[in-house]
Design a binder for this molecule. Structure first.
Ligand SMILES: C=CC1=C(C)c2cc3[nH]c(cc4nc(cc5[nH]c(cc1n2)c(C)c5CCC(=O)O)C(CCC(=O)O)=C4C)c(C)c3C=C
Ligand SMILES: [Fe+2]
Ligand SMILES: [Fe+2]
Length: 345
């Protein structure tokens, strides 16, 4: 492939605290939870909730959880995003930088670095590392990256990779990353996705009358699906299960990481981890396809806490399948989509 320096790529992920020290975790959680697309309450209520209630209680516990999974070179999410950057840079022959929605590095740092090293830059491809659309993940990342782009008046064009929850290359990569684990004896495969408040699904329903309102809404054709996180994660799971020829009674979907008292998407992963052994499903494979890089929510919440809960509820065997990270099929897909988008310039 011919090297290009007029098109650059920014891989954008969620971000982590700078360190596991409580003040750094506090700063990160404040920035994260003050995002109006994450806690969608009026500013003053959000500010009181976040700075007076949630963060003071949560920061020390989160810091401890981060400490239990932190790597020598930093947060797994950041380290793995950097590894993906290296892997695709090698094959893509275009300059690549990483950016985070919260914490560091910011999209401004990524744009500036690309420009400094490639003064002839004409286009930046923004690649949000989220397969599914949610107000609190894909949408906030893209809006933030665009806000900085317009504010600073950059001269290059900004193109954005859309959610890829049903893209055959992504489905293949998830399925093939799971396949070796299916060789072992298992009773059930649980697809555990980061949850969101049910209210967010209703809010992003462009028809205003479909999501969580129509019977079996996620299987009834609707333009709402383009923005419906629930539809998209169910669709990802169905496509992966079909690819792996998993019988319908051998897999299911659940939602993790609930925060607060509002109702989030159901069923909750914690509930399913308690129920599955009682249903005779004692050997479990669990996979988290909403995250393309392993992070606190996979390594600690599922890999440590989830495993304890499952085993203490009567489970025998718990295997967490790693995220795509730098799986060769995933690297190939990222390279292909960036190349295709650059060719459209
Ligand atoms: C996969 C997409 C994600 C969605 C959707 C999402 C929604 C969402 N998250 C919170 C609150 C927290 N999430 C936290 C960590 C975290 N979340 C995602 C991804 C999505 N979140 C990732 C990849 C991570 C891991 C970050 C890392 O450093 O490894 C945290 C911080 C940790 C903790 O204290 O638990 C919070 C808080 C809400 C409220 C929300 C939807 C409204
Ligand atoms: Fe989250
Ligand atoms: Fe829906």
């Amino acid at each position: 492939m011919e090297a290009r320096s007029d098109v650059g790529v920014v891989l954008m992920n969620l971000g982590s605290p700078d360190s596991t020290a409580v003040p750094d975790v506090q700063r990160y959680l404040n920035e994260f939870l003050m995002d109006k697309r994450v806690i969608d309450k009026p500013y003053l209520i959000r500010w009181l909730l976040v700075t007076k209630l949630i963060v003071p209680r949560r920061a020390p516990k989160s810091a401890e959880a981060y400490r239990s999974i932190w790597w020598e070179d930093g947060s797994p999410l950041i380290v793995l995003t950097k590894q993906l950057e290296k892997a695709i840079q090698h094959d893509l022959q275009m300059p690549v930088e990483i950016a985070m929605r919260y914490g560091n590095p910011s999209p401004a740092e990524a744009y500036d670095k690309l420009l400094r090293q490639n003064p002839q830059l004409k286009e930046v491809i923004l690649f949000p590392l989220y397969p599914h659309y949610a107000m609190s993940s894909y949408e906030t990342a893209v809006e933030y990256a665009k806000e900085i782009y317009y504010k600073k008046g950059y001269g290059f064009k900004l193109s954005v990779i859309p959610p890829f929850y049903n893209a055959p290359d992504y489905i293949d990569a998830v399925a093939e990353s799971m396949r070796p684990y299916l060789q072992q004896d298992f009773d059930h495969v649980l697809f555990s996705y980061h949850g969101i408040p049910a209210r967010h699904v209703r809010k992003t329903d462009i028809t205003g009358k479909h999501c969580l309102q129509v019977n079996d809404c996620c299987h009834v054709k609707s333009p709402a699906h383009d923005f419906c996180y629930r539809h998209q994660v169910i669709n990802t799971s169905e496509l992966v299960a079909a690819k792996l020829q998993l019988p319908a009674d051998k897999w299911s979907v659940s939602f993790q990481s609930r925060l607060g008292r509002d109702e989030w998407l159901l069923p909750y992963t914690v509930t399913r981890l308690e129920e599955l052994p009682k249903e005779g499903k004692k050997k479990l494979l669990i996979v988290c396809p909403a995250f393309v890089s392993d992070c606190l929510e996979t390594l600690e919440e599922i890999g440590v806490e989830g495993k304890d809960l499952f085993i203490n509820s009567g489970g025998d065997n718990f295997t967490l399948i790693p995220c795509l990270n730098i799986h060769p099929l995933w690297v190939e897909a990222v390279v292909k989509w960036c190349t295709d988008m650059a060719a459209k310039q």
